[in-house]
Design a protein around this ligand. Sequence first.
Ligand code: V47
Length: 378
Amino acid sequence: MLRTSSSVLKPICEKVEAGERLSLEDGLVLEGPDAPLNEVGELANFVRERKNGNFAYYNINTHLNPTNVCVYRCIFCAFRSDLRDPKGYFMSDEQVLARGAEAVENGCTEMHIVGGLHHQMKYEAYLNVIRLLHETYPELHLKAWTPVEIDWFCRLANQSVREVLEDMREAGLGSLPGGGAEIFHPEVRNQICEHKADARRWFEVHRTAHELGLRSNCTMLYGHIEQPYHRIDHLLRLRELQDETGGFQTFIPLAFHPENTGLANVKKPTSLVDLRTMAVSRLMLDNVPHLKAYWIMLGLGTAQVALSYGADDIDGTVRHELIYHDAGATTPEVLCVEEIRRIITEAGREPVERDTLYRRIERDGAHWQAGAAISAGA
Ligand code: V47
């Protein structure tokens, strides 16, 4: 039986216990000062447990950013480079393959591939990254490209979203990561990334991917210029597509890191804001099976606490992460498996290695195979 000391939380508490859907107004209450954080967290923890029991998932993964050169200038991004900046790069085939080799040697099951929109590179160059890696390392799941990149490829190739996704899938694309979502509401989006794919296009790409049988993730970048209303609106838009397709696997709230960005004057969200955003996300997104506490951006301590505030996943061991580290993240570059398992166990959860598609991984020495699919409860 869920209890609350707060009169504003009581009706929400009853809804959560009965498995009823929360409204926009409920979301704003959960975000508000009258909703004690620990009680919001308890509600989210109840939902987490109902969906995922005591399990907390992780994977062994690596990142690849084939280029940092980008035609866009999103104000929150510290990773991008101008075309003629000495730090600008586009990886050669050899560099890409070396990363694939390193990933396989380290037991990775997933490579997370995203980057900039290079002024001069052709569509074929991006397709080549996927094809090359898939042909050489077919066991590596390639979770690649945000809708912002897919939209750019459509323009380069003069093709539809469906055609580009079909090309990519044929080349070896396994699923789509959740990036590029930022905040969907135009009041915010037009100020932080006005030129790139808008909310309509972002959803078109994910809807089409789901129709093609590809799974994907979704994110929200919070803690910059947005207000609670924009965050709840964002979550409700995601919930609506999920009702339609069921293709999202996990939601990742991404805390803004201001260093080296055009918003360097903004204060980084505190752990309390991180935990509330995590919990509210769990409560509003009742139809997304998993919620990720991305330790790279939260820090290890907050990620551990987040496992009692709605999160059931902590992402992976990670290697070569640049987007957050360029923006001032002080978390380690990589965690070993023992460390990630220890962090989860210490938080009172049972660590389970999963692959990108949420199947249990079974390992025998250097060999691994994906076992049964993990199914989340209602
Ligand atoms: O889209 C960029 C965000 C995203 C900053 O799908 C920033 O499993 C904070 O989407 N401060 C990319 N955030 C990362 C991403 C992701 C991460 C982990 C797992 C998955 C998944 C996806 O990072 C971007 C943008 O929203 N971002 N710059 C910054 N300065």
